[in-house]
Design a protein around this ligand. Structure first.
Ligand code: FAD
Length: 446
């Protein structure tokens, strides 16, 4: 084992102060045997300029983390009809599919809000004296002791037993643990802007969270609470030199409107509305077989699954990851197991989940290829009907109701029976976290 020290305390560095990093801080703080710090490259914990969905599964975890109470109802938006999302034909406005949320408790209904609102709600539950901003990780080095040395751009360094890579889609921790892994441009560009709600009131956009679909692009309209309104779109832009378009670069109105020429007047008015819109070339990467490495690195959030915002639930996935990590470290501690065992169980729980999500993305890709391979080409309406049926379908709604707490309980039960059947001891092959404490206690008595 590479993770012990003489104090019985595990030193953990969390890299990144996004939803994954802040969630990790909350969960690790519940473990008295963990000494944690968060390192964030930005000069402040903040999220600017975008909206985010909070799905029922995410609300449940925000409750577990104590952060759900920090949302004020005026700062979130829920449609009055309790439908999560409406999918419309962008040319005719016809409603193709609308997902009701029967059976979902009112306080867990899907909501939209600004990412800053989510960040602040999480941050309120974090011991901020352990959050170090303006600390950009630039290098990870393995020490002979087995510990990991972290070097930061500002000259600071730290040596830890466990690194939690919560540093987003361009993760430096992932580069260290899986140097072969690459992300690349998906061929799609997002355009996003948040405007004052009253500024677009005259357009009479339906009071709903709405996708306006076309064969190659969609527009997304919804309120975010707090008097703000989100306009987001996604368009196929295969010709883009994505490396030259930095994240959040200003876009000319024509860059955006050219994708919506065949859409109904309301959609055209919305896309032509703001000249403040920014563009985001979307990057993604293949699935990692494992999200842990070297018994001392675990990837969480976008660092572990560079999906580029697919499913609109990345913050929720991040919280599921860190909930699992916290539970696994606690489980290992209680069962006299080491960090390696804890990380092994995290991977056992989370990697198959991501495999399922990537499989769904492959299905989406197949549908897309089918639409594009038709000769003569499908009409706007026929293509959109297939997209609504195959991609935005009820089949995938389990993702938003995913109960990680139950999944975790089942995983622990499975481990118990596996060890009973094998007649094995949980202690086998790994030094225990409790043993470290016992050893430290004995040492302090000498
Ligand atoms: C267009 C788009 C739409 C989306 N819509 C939704 C949605 O509706 N709902 C939803 O749940 N999710 C959505 N997502 C996904 C969601 O934004 C991410 O999944 C979520 O933010 C992941 O959180 P994270 O903490 O893993 O990563 P991030 O939020 O990216 O946070 C990573 C943090 O690490 C810091 N960092 C990076 N490198 C370093 C370093 N070297 N040293 C120190 N710090 C570092 C960054 O500054 C950042 O603060 C969307 C994503 C995109 C791109």
């Amino acid at each position: 084992m590479t993770t012990q020290n003489t104090t019985g305390i595990i030193k953990v560095a969390v890299i990144g102060g996004g939803p994954a990093g802040l969630g990790a801080a909350i969960e690790l703080n519940k473990l008295p045997f963990v000494d944690w710090n968060v390192y964030e490259q930005a000069t402040a914990i903040r999220e600017i300029g975008a909206g985010i969905s909070i799905q029922p599964s995410t609300w449940r975890l925000l409750e577990v983390m104590g952060a759900a109470k920090n949302f004020h109802s005026k700062n979130i938006y829920r449609p009055r009809d309790n439908h999560a999302v409406q999918h419309r034909n962008g040319r005719t406005g016809e409603l193709l599919y609308s997902h009701g949320q029967e059976g979902t408790p009112l306080d867990q209904l899907h909501a939209r809000t600004q990412r800053s609102t989510l960040q602040q709600a999480l941050l309120k539950e974090v011991d901020q004296s352990r959050v170090h901003v303006a600390h950009r990780l630039v290098k990870v080095e393995r020490q002979l002791s087995g510990k990991l040395k972290l070097r930061f751009e500002n000259g600071y360094s730290d040596e830890v037993d466990l690194v939690v890579g919560a540093d987003g889609i361009r993760s430096v921790v992932r580069d260290y643990a899986f140097p072969e892994h690459r992300i690349s441009y998906t061929g799609k560009t997002a355009y996003r802007v948040i405007v004052p709600e009253e500024a677009i009131a005259h357009l009479n956009i339906p009071d709903a969270i709405t996708f306006w679909h076309g064969p190659d692009s969609w527009l997304y309209t919804c309120a975010l609470g707090g008097g703000k309104y989100e306009i987001t779109s996604m368009a196929r832009e295969l010709d883009k030199d994505a490396d030259k378009v930095s994240w959040g670069q200003h876009a000319a109105i024509e860059d955006h409107t050219r994708h919506f020429k065949e859409f109904l007047p309301l959609v055209k008015d919305v896309v032509a509305f703001s000249n403040e819109i920014k563009q985001y070339a979307m990057f993604a990467g293949p699935r990692l077989d494992r999200i842990i490495a070297q018994d001392s690195v675990v990837l969480v959030g976008d660092a572990s699954h560079p999906l580029s915002g697919a499913f609109g639930a990345g913050a929720g996935f991040a919280l599921e990851d860190v909930y699992t990590l916290g539970q696994a470290l606690k489980w290992a501690h209680e069962n006299n197991l080491g960090i390696a065992a804890a990380l092994g169980l995290v991977d056992k729980v989370r990697s198959p989940h991501y495999e399922k999500l990537y499989d769904i993305l492959n299905e989406f890709g197949n549908t897309d290829s089918y639409i594009r391979s038709q000769n003569p080409p499908l009409s706007f309406d026929d293509a959109v009907a297939i997209i609504a049926k195959e991609i935005w379908s009820i089949r995938h709604h389990w993702i938003y109701d995913y109960d990680i707490q139950q999944v975790w309980k089942d995983a622990v039960e499975a481990e118990k029976s596996r060890n009973t059947v094998a007649g094995g001891s949980l202690l086998k092959g790994t030094q225990s976290l409790n043993n470290i404490s016992i050893a430290a206690e004995a040492q302090s008595k000498l």
